[in-house]
Design a protein around this ligand. Structure first.
Ligand code: AMP
Length: 829
């Protein structure tokens, strides 16, 4: 099967250990300048390994002016390396040698060695402080290399030993270097904007040659090129730019050299388009291809569609029409005074044309002999492609038949499971409401979609699964199958019956949709006079409208008795006031009232408390306790793990114990919800609030009020949803458990990365299909760097395919509470 690889590698997602500690890097690929003894040879320089004498140690003491000792790793192919880890020699307490500082050198071809420098030009990296702790360092900028050398550095004569690991992923672009004119500097309102390539690792004389740099560092510039994504750098840092006046031909020529001949599908160029500052996307690009030593005579030309109104920076995709090449030369024509690029990536078919067809200009050693005749290569390529396509067609036809059968079986089985599960009592209620109200159901779906398209901010965390699911072949017809939606009971509606205190199950489920909150009979909170609320500041904005911090005078009188003691008498209380936006329609209004009703019944230390409401007049408000540190997502993303990096950058930190403490509280809140048979449906760090001393409370019951099918909401948080929620519209406590696993993953990543950030929404849905098929092709979220194995195992159990195999919140809570969740021994989940 032909595989096209689309690559843009944000350094945040490409952080996999490359095999020193895991053993994937072979002993023979680890070498060193020298070794102290056989038992401290290079092969013992693996992070977290205690073999031999416990580390690699060079033969001689490292002197300040003698910096030639190194430990070298050959990764066998080009890799994008974003992080390095080092450790000293501990050897069970006998060793005490480590590198306090070190430098990194790297090479793509084994002959030209480049010294790594950070974005400020510094080469030396702070290393270890003791012989046992692992110290991780982000490589900013990341590097593209096959060979990496760790070179210990000291300021005094000392014995040094090292164990190391590299983190990153394979460099599928295959780009070895780009040659381009040197980026220029622009004067804007009297100040300078430097548009040079400040991390270019090749030669910089009259032009940039033989190197890679900012165009391949995975950082896309912002719409406003004067502002940078990178801290403490100068304006224009993210972009490389050229001025039309310096190029009499009207174009900038960039030459790209690759590791071997590839079959190119496209090139993506991230361009700034700030027309107000005379910067614009190129007018035309003309590309020439070199497959052997000769350049193809006829170039490929492409003119992007002009965005007259849109001045955002964006990727322009150039279709490279399956040209075979080991080098590409592109001429980018100016359409304005300036042209600014921040990133260029190439997509090529790697499976079809692998290293057995060696490059005409080999950059990297290859195992096989080059085939010189280009016609033969093209012929072989075509034949291989035809065979693959035929095989693929046959396989797809067979799959479809088998899958149709399996899907029917599986969904029937799940339905059976579901119906025999704990909902057996309430399912009657659901059937009643649906059977009796088929029209009202479809009407509300229509109405609601118009409501939520406007009301939901279609943020990156929420997607339209129905649109995406239709791309999965085996799910295109499921909407006609009886299995999906209509016959599957949803816990949430049953829960509301529970929460209301059942007064006759069947009759109560439908009134829940049209209940009259204003009658007060369903709400356990008091109306608060809004004139006693004093606005302090805006806290945030959600799907219903703004959330404000307010002082509430005399709040104690209106509060439910059991909360009163938490607040001092007489003093105004700080509260969060969530207001329904003024243009909300009837559906949104009803849903807001339903959320109030749900919240008014929830009482748990880890669930945000509804203190009072203002629903007698508009705008409708719910008054909840104020959580000083906002939502967990933005809280963690502003913090760093404890360690050297945080010390150096002075960033606020959160200890691992506190991370665990916060996760445990979420599990506890969810345990409470699940004991009520209540399904949250949207558990994520963004929906947990942080108070003082790392207190956590679960909030946002916006999704759980949904009484009907999954289609009711055009947008869903697919990256947090279980496969059965996405594909079958089933939301259960077990799917909340799945979301808890994702939330735990976010926490251990300090919310620095979105789940599956390297996958598009379509790919997330496809992956969901893989979870359903369960043929070991599903992709799990990777183990966060900070996450001990035991905790990662908890996550993996949350993502088990069969709902019955996932742990309950009681079990998760117990596992997290147990101190051993921090160590290797725990296996309780
Ligand atoms: P929501 O509409 O509930 O999604 O809230 C939107 C944002 O307002 C959240 O992401 C929080 O940053 C903030 N927020 C909501 N409720 C509170 C609260 N009780 N205390 C502090 N901040 C809040």
């Amino acid at each position: 099967m032909v595989v096209f690889v689309v690559v843009l590698l944000p350094a945040g997602v490409c952080r996999y250990p490359l095999g020193m500690s895991g053993g994937q890097i072979q002993d023979e690929d680890i070498s060193a300048s020298s070794q102290w003894s056989e038992s401290t040879a290079a092969r013992y320089g693996r992070l977290d390994f205690e073999e031999g004498d416990g580390a690699w140690c060079p033969e001689i003491t490292v002197e300040p002016d003698h910096l030639n000792e190194f430990l070298q790793i050959d990764l066998r192919s080009l890799h994008f390396i974003t992080l390095v880890g080092t450790q000293g020699r501990h050897a069970g307490g006998i060793g005490n040698e480590f590198a306090q500082m070190y430098k990194i050198k790297y090479s793509r071809d084994g002959s030209r060695w480049i010294s790594w420098r950070n974005r400020q030009g510094k080469q030396v990296i702070e290393g270890n402080r003791n012989a046992y702790d692992i110290v991780l360092k982000d490589l900013e900028p990341p590097i593209v290399a096959r060979f990496v050398r760790f070179m210990p550095v000291t300021d005094h004569s000392m014995n040094v030993c090292m164990r190391v690991e590299l983190y990153g992923c394979e460099w599928l672009d295959g780009l070895v270097s780009y040659n381009a004119p040197i980026g220029e500097h622009m004067t804007l309102a009297g100040s300078s904007v430097y548009l040079n390539d400040s991390v270019y690792d090749g030669a910089l004389v009259h032009s940039m040659t033989e190197g890679l740099g900012q165009l391949t560092d995975g950082v896309c510039g912002l719409d406003d090129f004067t502002v940078s994504r990178v801290y403490s750098v100068w304006p224009g840092y993210d972009y490389v730019g050229w001025n039309n006046e310096s190029f009499p031909n009207g174009y900038v020529e960039i030459m790209f050299e690759f590791d071997r001949t590839r079959n190119f599908t496209s090139m993506k160029v991230h361009c700034n388009n700030m027309v107000s500052k005379h910067v614009k996307v190129f007018r035309q690009v003309v590309c020439y291809f070199r497959s052997d030593l000769d350049w193809e005579v006829s170039p490929l030309s492409f003119s992007p569609v002009e965005h007259l109104t849109n001045s955002n920076a964006h990727f322009v995709t150039v279709n490279l029409a399956h040209h075979m090449a080991s080098a590409i030369k592109c001429q980018f024509y100016f359409s304005e005074a300036w042209m600014l690029f921040s990133e260029i990536t190439f997509q090529s078919d790697t499976a079809m044309y692998n290293t057995t067809l060696a490059p005409s200009k080999p950059k990297l050693p290859s195992n096989t002999q080059p085939v010189d005749d280009s016609n033969t290569r093209i012929l072989i390529g075509c034949l291989v492609a035809i065979i693959f396509i035929l095989v693929a067609i046959i396989v797809i036809i067979l799959w479809r038949q088998v899958w149709q059968k399996m899907l029917e079986k599986a969904t029937r089985r799940m339905l059976d499971d579901e119906l025999t599960a704990s909902l057996s009592i309430q399912s009657e209620t659901f059937t009643y409401s649906h059977n009796n109200n088929p029209q009202s159901s479809s009407v509300s779906e229509q109405e609601s979609s118009s409501t939520y398209e406007r009301i939901f901010p279609l943020g990156p965390d929420y997607q339209e699964p129905s649109r995406l699911i239709s791309k999965l072949p085996e799910f295109t017809q499921t909407s006609e199958e009886p299995v999906v939606q209509d016959s599957v009971p949803h816990y949430a509606e049953a829960d509301i019956v529970n929460l209301q205190g059942v007064t006759g199950g069947n009759t109560y489920a439908i009134p829940a949709v049209t209940m009259d909150l204003l009658s007060g009979k369903d709400v356990a909170v008091e109306e608060f006079p809004r004139k006693l609320l004093t606005f302090k500041e805006k806290l945030g904005e959600g799907q219903f409208g703004e959330v404000h911090l307010c002082e509430a005078e005399g709040m104690q009188e209106f509060m439910n008795k059991e909360f009163k003691f938490d607040y001092p008498e007489e003093e105004p209380v700080l509260v969060a006031v969530k207001m329904l936006r003024s243009d909300a329609n009837k559906n949104a209004r009803n849903d807001f009232l339903k959320e109030i009703k749900i919240m008014s019944r929830l009482k748990d230390p880890n669930i945000v408390r509804l203190l009072a409401v203002c629903i007698y007049s508009d705008p409708l408000c719910m008054i909840t306790e104020y959580m000083e540190n906002g939502d967990l997502n933005q809280f963690l993303s502003k913090h760093e793990p404890e360690g050297q990096l945080a010390l150096l950058s002075n960033a606020p930190t959160v200890s691992f114990e506190n991370l665990c403490y916060m996760a445990t509280q979420i599990a506890s809140g969810m345990k409470y919800l699940s004991s009520l048979n209540f399904v949250h449906r949207d558990l994520a760090t963004r929906n947990c609030l942080v108070g003082k001393n790392y207190t956590i409370k679960i909030a946002d019951f916006g999704m759980s009020r949904n009484l009907y099918s999954g289609d009711y909401y055009p947008v869903l948080p697919i990256r947090w949803m279980s496969w059965e929620s996405i594909l079958l519209g089933k939301f259960t406590t077990a799917s909340d458990v799945w979301a808890f696993g994702v939330t735990l993953w976010e926490i251990l990543n300090f919310c620095k990365e979105q789940p599956y950030s390297q996958l598009t929404d379509e790919q997330v849905i496809e992956n969901t299909g893989e979870f359903f098929r369960d043929q070991k092709r599903q992709i799990y979220l990777p183990q966060p760097v900070l996450c001990p194995d035991t905790l990662y195992r908890v996550m993996l159990t949350c993502w088990r395919r069969n709902t019955k195999d996932r742990p309950s919140f009681q079990e998760i809570h117990r596992a997290l509470l147990d101190k051993s969740c921090l160590t290797e021994e725990d296996n309780s989940v």
